[in-house]
Design a protein around this ligand. Structure first.
Ligand code: SAH
Length: 217
């Protein structure tokens, strides 16, 4: 991807990355390096530019949000990424997470269900010469035409493990997904595909995401 940066924002971004480096979750250096190369302000709405490098979620089109930098770092850390892997992202949103994954050197396939958001973000990614494959569709279906994936990252909160996504994971592959339980609390889960029919599931920390909804809107 090609980014036009501005010194003012580059300085703020360095501060954001220093803050992430001090996070007790101990994000790996290669994840922070990828994040340090993506100008988050390009993915924010104009009225929120002054907060682009704060560790917060911010509103984007279609009542959605751009993920918090520490959440992006956490999900990327848990994925145990290696350059060249095929990574499926559910919930393109602003395209920020997509750009961070691409900066890491993985091949990104990303799906967004909100047409309005997809229209804005696909134009942005195109303008930035992104090599990601982006489609408007229902992430519950995954992208069977590009499966299997080494890694799957879900950036919206599901209510159970989506069977079609599990089926599109390579043996040995990982999926990071937020799941909301009956009490309305969400946790991050890490799913590893052990073999054709077995998965190992780890329940991790509590988290907050916009809901993963079915169908295209
Ligand atoms: N990774 C994004 C996060 C956006 S918020 C970013 O960094 O900006 C999560 C996104 O998931 C929203 O845009 C929402 O519309 C989308 N989403 C929710 N359910 C989905 C589904 N079933 N398929 C695809 N996208 C979905």
């Amino acid at each position: 991807m090609k980014f036009e940066d501005e010194p003012k924002y580059a300085a703020r971004r360095r501060m954001m990355v220093e803050q992430l480096r001090a996070n007790p979750l101990a994000f790996p250096a290669n994840v922070l390096e990828a994040i340090s190369r993506v100008p988050r302000h390009l993915f924010c709405q104009k009225m929120y530019l002054s907060s682009a490098y704060d560790d917060v979620t911010l509103p984007i089109a279609a009542q959605q949000t751009i993920s918090q930098p520490s959440t992006v770092a956490r999900q990327m850390s848990l994925l145990d990424l290696h350059p060249g892997e095929r990574v499926l992202e559910i919930g393109t949103g602003s395209g920020y997470q997509t750009a961070c994954l691409e900066a890491f050197g993985v091949n990104v396939y990303t799906i967004e269900r909100q047409k309005e958001l997809f229209h804005i973000t696909s134009n942005l990614l195109k303008g930035l010469e992104s090599k990601a494959i982006y489609i408007c569709g229902d992430g519950y279906n995954g992208m069977p035409q590009y499966a299997p994936f080494d890694k799957i990252i879900v950036t919206a909160g599901a209510f159970s493990f989506p069977p079609k996504l599990m089926a599109q994971l390579k043996v040995g592959g990982l999926m990071i997904i937020p799941i909301e339980d009956k009490s309305g609390t969400s946790h991050l889960y890490r799913v590893r595909r052990i073999d054709e029919s077995n998965f190992n599931v780890d329940k991790l920390e509590e988290c907050k995401f916009v809901p993963m909804l079915s169908g295209v809107n």
